[in-house]
Ligand binder design. Structure first.
Ligand SMILES: [Cu+2]
Length: 116
């Protein structure tokens, strides 16, 4: 259900994007036990972000950016790609919201720079 809502949100954002938008930013992220393979993802405001997350660990991991409504639960070995656009520059924290994982270090930042 979350995914469906996200798709609609992405479509709405895409339709309103202007024609001079930057090309899609492709990012791969591994969920390991018990850390993200990268604690920094950078993109531009208005840029399409295609994020592929793979769980390479032995535990479930749940990629969450609360401010953006992103929530991707991955069982071991599972891989998912989410596509989204962030219109506002800023820093958006991503965590694993499986109990204890954020505290153990599964935290990073999606940093969106202004497009002027
Ligand atoms: Cu986790």
């Amino acid at each position: 259900m979350h995914k469906l809502l996200l798709l609609f949100a992405v479509m709405a954002l895409t339709l309103t994007a202007c024609s001079s938008e930057p090309e899609t930013k492709q990012v791969t992220l591994l969920a390991e036990d018990i850390v993200w393979s990268s604690d920094l993802i950078e993109a531009e405001a208005g840029q399409m972000i295609e994020l592929t997350i793979t769980n390479s660990g032995a535990l479930d991991h749940d990629f969450v950016i609360e401010e953006l409504g992103l929530d991707v639960l991955l069982t071991p070995g599972q891989s998912e790609t989410v596509t989204f656009v962030v219109d506002e520059a800023g820093s958006y924290e991503y965590i694993c919201n499986i109990p204890g994982h954020q505290d153990a270090g599964m935290v990073g930042n999606l940093v969106i720079s202004g497009s002027d």
